[in-house]
Design a protein around this ligand. Structure first.
Ligand code: NAP
Length: 518
């Protein structure tokens, strides 16, 4: 195995294989997997490297992030072909994902160089203040410590080994131990090799990054329980995320888990928009629903609208488009089976009607798109109807009034996104919705579709439970770095004892006496 050189002592031969997502068949020889001794070695190395890594200057850290991106690009088409085979995702999607992976490493390099992440605040002493003098107080953010990252199955590049969690943790100055997703071990090993190459090229200690490979919960559980791990980043199922939160909270020293888990991303179709363009909305909705076999955390799994002619036009167009939608290879046999089970449950539900189903596929893990409908009253009566079916399935909730639509949203779980389709005449209705949506979702969109997440400074990819385990933050965009930092205040320290960035005369963005100084 090419990755993480310092973890080769207890790799074991096993029946674990890379699986071709299309055929469901194993490819290549059995893979060596890591064991508990490797978790121990990786955490010891991550702790051993932490102080040296966090001490390097911003320029060196930024150069390291950029070098990881360059090493990933150097992997060339082999990386794309391997990821295509293991994930079943098409070339264009994976090339885009590689671009996003490299782009977000560059964005974090830029964030590190600019220095705002250090959160410098200075309250100069006020020795003559009455009745008490004020001490000299200087604050900055420091990294939390070694971070455990669980790679996501549905983004084998952009949210896996060198994805957003890894990039933001390394940017914060944390060392990282990745538990690679078992659905793409060969892709993960290639990317881990690229990070190892960047570590070596930048002269950093090997413990800055480690990559653990293997199926089963044991590896990840041991990682989260290791006392040297200070925080966890995760994208996956609600069950998996909650299991890790529980383990993290049961530790003698509990730690934060930033788990992104499940969201149905409600889309509200307001009456004037439906009247003006119900048919066009129906067709566009199916485009968003079926993209990537629906395997996006931002997939539009719930549609809400008030009964009327416009809604009928929407349903007719969506039904027609959906019947034409080809089946698509899903990421793993397990994810396909869970999807089939979720769709079968909706199809068999007494109070749910099937609007349309997509074309059947011929392979073993082909996901067939599906669109269902129910009434608001039935939706409110059965909480299960609001749960995520991961894949290209969605449920329309027909409401009889705006009040009923609001009632459905008030009962809905926390979401990554909430979308409003509106025309000018819907403005008042939209204003009444927004305070409600703010309490439910991390991102509110108008006249777009929730799939497609910009990696930028104002992006929020987070939201109240169960969208994430901690709705105060985001896993996409530059703000993601804050998850892995904590503030330290230095009171009355002599200048030579202060971190350089807090000394007088150092140029860095800072708040001085509460006023921002660039
Ligand atoms: P998953 O089963 O939650 O696995 C994600 C990662 O966590 C894997 O590395 C898995 O490795 C590990 N893991 C899971 N449960 C664990 C536990 N109890 N203890 C320790 N480690 C654990 O997610 P998945 O394989 O990506 O997909 C399964 C389902 O997750 C999907 O059908 C879908 O419902 C959901 N999903 C949601 C999103 C989203 O963004 N909303 C994205 C992807 C998947 P091991 O299995 O090796 O332990």
């Amino acid at each position: 195995m090419a990755d993480t050189q310092h973890l080769d002592r207890s790799q074991q031969a096993s029946g674990f294989r890379s699986i071709d997502a299309q055929s469901g068949q194993p490819v290549g020889p059995p893979l060596a997997i890591h064991g508990l001794a490797d978790v121990e070695a990786a955490c010891a190395a991550a702790e051993g490297a932490f102080d040296a890594y966090r001490a390097i200057d911003n320029e060196a850290r930024a150069a390291f992030l950029e070098r990881i991106g360059a090493e990933i690009v150097t992997l060339g088409d082999d990386l794309i072909l391997t990821a295509m085979r293991e994930s079943g995702l098409p070339r264009a999607r994976l090339e885009g994902e590689r671009g996003r992976t490299v782009g977000q490493l560059k964005m974090f390099a830029d964030v590190v160089r600019r220095g705002g992440w250090m959160g410098v605040r200075i309250d100069p002493s006020l020795p003559d203040r009455a009745p008490l003098p004020r001490p000299d107080l200087r604050m900055r953010m420091i990294p939390l410590g070694p971070v455990a990252v669980f790679g996501a199955s549905n983004f084998p590049l952009a949210f896996s080994t060198a994805g957003g969690d890894t990039a933001s943790a390394l940017a914060a100055g944390c060392t990282v131990v990745v538990k690679g997703h078992p659905a793409h071990p060969a892709t993960g090993a290639m990317v881990a090799g690229a990070i190892d190459a960047a570590v070596a090229a930048c002269g950093l200690p090997t413990g800055v990054f480690s990559h653990l490979v293997g199926p089963g919960n044991e590896l990840g559980s041991a990682l989260v329980q290791d006392p040297r791990i200070a925080a966890v980043g995760f994208t996956g199922s609600r069950g998996g995320g909650l299991a890790l939160v529980k383990l993290a909270q049961a530790r003698p020293v509990p730690i934060p888990v930033y788990a992104e888990m499940s969201s149905v991303n409600p889309v509200v179709l307001l009456p004037e928009a439906l009247k003006a363009r119900g048919t066009a909305l129906g067709t566009a909705f199916v485009g968003s629903l079926t993209m990537g076999a629906g395997q996006f955390c931002t997939n539009p799994g719930l549609v809400l609208a008030i009964e009327g002619e416009g809604l009928d036009a929407f349903v007719a167009a969506a039904g027609t488009a959906l019947c034409e939608a080809s089946a698509a290879t899903m990421l793993t046999g397990g994810i396909h089976a869970a999807y089939e089970q979720g769709v079968a449950a909706l199809r068999a539900h007494d109070d749910v009607k099937t609007i349309a189903q997509g074309k059947l596929g011929e392979g073993v893990t082909q996901g067939q798109a599906a669109f269902f409908e129910t009434s608001a009253a039935q939706f409110l009566a059965d909480k299960e109807l609001g749960h995520e079916v991961f894949g290209a399935a969605s449920l329309l909730v027909r409401c009889t009034s705006e009040d009923e639509l609001h009632a459905v949203l008030r009962e809905a779980e926390g979401q990554l996104t909430a979308t409003i389709q509106m025309d000018a005449g819907d403005s008042d209705a939209a204003s009444r919705l927004i305070p409600l949506l703010e309490r439910k979702a991390g991102r509110i969109l108008a006249n777009g579709w929730p799939t497609g997440v910009e990696v930028s400074h104002a992006m929020v990819h987070g939201g109240p439970f169960p969208a994430t385990s901690d709705g105060r933050t985001t896993s996409v965009g530059s703000l993601a770095i804050d998850r892995f930092l904590r503030p330290v205040s230095y009171q009355n320290l002599a200048p030579e004892l202060l971190p350089t960035v807090l000394r007088d005369g150092t140029v860095a963005p800072r708040l001085v006496d509460g006023v921002f100084v660039d």
